[in-house]
Design a protein around this ligand. Structure first.
Ligand code: S3P
Length: 181
């Protein structure tokens, strides 16, 4: 499943909120000896405020503009694990950048798993409403084809611990990026 558009300089993690991108990404970066970057962190650094605050004060469109800028900046790097926000695939421009940035792994999580993982967390403005379960259902349906479109590899994380997921991701990346050969 190699991606011909990519020169595979980085490992990129995509997937829905709660799929474990940031946690897994940090572990995998350590294991590969890669740097770690997270578009959500880059956005917060550039804006000087938190993601919930950006959504509340500037709106989702402004957040998405910042997200594209953060992705463009990060995609210029090499030998890094890049974790991305769950909505990054919604823009076509971002999907192009993702495919060129490196080897892309989609951490797949079911609706039930996502809900279990995110329900106690208040940092996700898109789920701060009366029916987060329904929001998850609708957004997952919209986004699943888009994750699939950019991904070189899909890993189903429902029955895996973060450690197990990180192991699978790291080994797949070692092969795909020919690390240590
Ligand atoms: C979003 C996911 C979040 C963050 C923002 C919007 C989304 O990132 O970028 O709250 O649209 O799914 P995580 O996937 O890291 O939670």
């Amino acid at each position: 499943m190699n991606n011909p558009e990519s020169s595979a300089r980085n490992l990129v993690l995509v997937g829905f909120m709660g799929s474990g991108k940031s946690h897994v990404g940090q572990r995998v970066a350590k294991s590969l000896g890669f740097a770690f970057a997270d578009t959500d962190d880059l956005i917060e650094e550039a804006a000087g405020k938190s993601i919930p605050k950006i959504f509340a004060e500037d709106g989702e469109d402004a957040f998405r503009e910042r997200e594209t800028a953060a992705l463009e900046q990060a995609a210029r790097g090499e030998s890094q694990v890049l974790a991305t926000g769950g909505g990054i695939v919604t823009r076509e421009r971002n999907r192009k950048i993702l495919r060129r940035a490196g080897y892309v792994i989609w951490l797949v999580a079911s609706r039930e798993t996502v809900y279990e993982r995110v329900r106690r967390n208040r940092n996700r403005p898109l789920l701060a409403n009366d029916d987060p379960e329904e929001t998850i259902r609708v957004l997952l349906e919209e986004r699943e084809p888009l994750y699939r479109e950019v991904a070189d590899l899909e890993i189903d994380t429902d029955d895996l611990t973060l450690d197990e997921t990180a192991f699978g991701v790291a080994e797949s990346a070692r092969l795909a990026l020919a690390i240590g050969t």
